[in-house]
Design a binder for this molecule. Structure first.
Ligand code: CTP
Length: 402
């Protein structure tokens, strides 16, 4: 049986160039057995003709809130009741703002407000509009209201910009709709992840840091979110955009990272320390730039807190996972760290000529627990992150190994 058989899906289309993808989305929803009622805003009609969507869905497109002929038939309340799910793709910045404000100023917004069916939005807009704090505030409001936000993806945009704001592809939206009824491995859990390097300031322009692009940690955060977890990503400075649908806490120093981790560690079920935390920081950080007057300077360094060990030592500790990058005897050193820090699991990568993961999209990982050792092999960081999350979920739900 097709995976969306007989589901009533209201497909809302708002104004944006990505509206052309909605025709393909309609066709694929129909292929999966869904009944599709398209509702368009006026702006959407400037990008794609209602007739196209009518032909694909086999139903007249609805676009008017106060339409006397329709109100006596299927008005906005009827559409809202008919829907098993409401999918708005593309969802423009303007529509998102109206929805977050609880407005019912056109048919689609009124249906979204009136329905008790789950609402899913696939945002699409210019990257600057997506990044604006107003849009991010609106997205946070909608998420808190239980609306599911899919994407947006990052990449080259129709306007020539590069960044987050591209609507997900119809296949990705369909995949969410067909899988969202199924239980996921980390449903109902809260996962906190540290990523990236830390920056330990010497003065306002200089500092100590570690080599880390953040790619592995961000991939782990995306994989945990895809597995159904509520994810908090505490990240040192990187050039990456945080994955969609997670709580993001940017920090700079190890001390800031620890404070951000401790904020809600009691609610945390799984902690994964991927960050390359600087082990030492300058004993003193100068408020003004140090001038090069002296022939030599001595920098006194003090130990930073070990965030991972602190988490693992808590009385009500989460399932705790560490990372280790080693050049010599990786397995032996990783085992030592597993034991000394009291971890449930450690992921180790050996750094050598065949594997230099810094900044790369590839890595090679071996997972080590008290009882076993699994070589995940060499793969993309996102594929390794998925495997790691699946191993963590399996062990988290079983007996802890530490
Ligand atoms: N870590 C941490 N806080 C620190 C240092 C490390 O949370 N201050 C975490 C990292 O996120 C990673 C693991 O601990 O998960 C790395 O262990 P660590 O013993 O610090 O590795 P190295 O720094 O490589 O240790 P060493 O230099 O002793 O090999």
């Amino acid at each position: 049986m097709p995976s969306l058989a007989d589901q009533h899906i209201v497909l809302g289309i708002t104004g944006g160039i990505a509206a052309y993808k909605s025709a393909e989305l309609t066709r694929r929803l129909m292929d999966h057995g869904a009944q599709v009622q398209v509702v368009m805003t006026d702006a959407a009609k400037a990008f794609i003709a209602p007739l196209t969507l009518q032909a694909l869905s086999g139903r007249a497109v609805r676009d008017t809130l106060l339409d006397p002929s329709a109100e006596s038939g299927m008005g906005h309340i009827e559409i809202a009741r008919w829907a098993d799910r409401l999918v708005v793709a593309p969802a423009s910045a303007d529509f998102i703002a109206r929805l977050a404000g609880g407005m019912a100023s056109d048919l689609l917004a009124a249906v979204c407000l009136a329905t008790s069916a789950p609402v899913v939005l696939a945002p699409a807009m210019n990257q600057g509009m997506w990044r604006k704090s107003a849009t991010q505030r609106n997205i946070a409001t909608l998420k808190a209201d239980g609306v599911t936000i899919l994407g947006p993806a990052s990449g080259e945009q129709a306007c020539g910009d590069v960044g987050p704001g591209r609507m997900l592809e119809p296949g990705e939206i369909i995949s969410h709709l067909t899988h969202s009824g199924q239980a996921k491995a980390l449903d109902g859990t809260h996962v906190t992840i540290t990523a990236g390097p830390t920056w330990e300031a010497i003065d306002p322009v200089r500092g100590l840091s570690n080599h880390s692009s953040g790619k592995m940690g961000y991939a782990v955060a995306a994989a945990a979110a895809a597995a159904g977890a509520a994810v908090t990503l505490v990240s040192g400075p990187t050039a990456l955009d945080p994955p969609p649908g997670i709580q993001y806490r940017p920090v700079r120093s190890a001390e800031e990272m620890l404070a951000a981790v401790e904020q809600d560690i009691e609610a945390c079920d799984v902690f994964i320390g991927v960050a390359a935390v600087a082990d030492y920081r300058p004993a003193q950080s100068e408020n003004s730039k140090i001038k090069k007057n002296a022939e030599s300077v001595t920098l006194e360094l003090v130990r930073n807190p070990d965030i991972l060990a602190r988490v693992a030592q808590q009385q009500k500790r989460p399932f705790t996972v560490g990372f280790a990058a080693e050049t010599d005897q990786p397995i032996a050193y990783a085992r030592e760290k597993l034991h000394n820090k009291g971890l449930d699991l450690i992921a180790v990568n050996q750094i050598d000529e065949a594997n230099n993961p810094f900044g790369s999209d590839q890595n090679r990982l071996v997972l080590i627990s008290k009882n076993d050792e699994i070589d995940l092999g060499r793969d993309s960081k996102s594929a390794l992150a998925e495997q790691l999350i699946s191993e963590i979920a399996h062990r988290y739900h079983g007996p802890h190994s530490a």
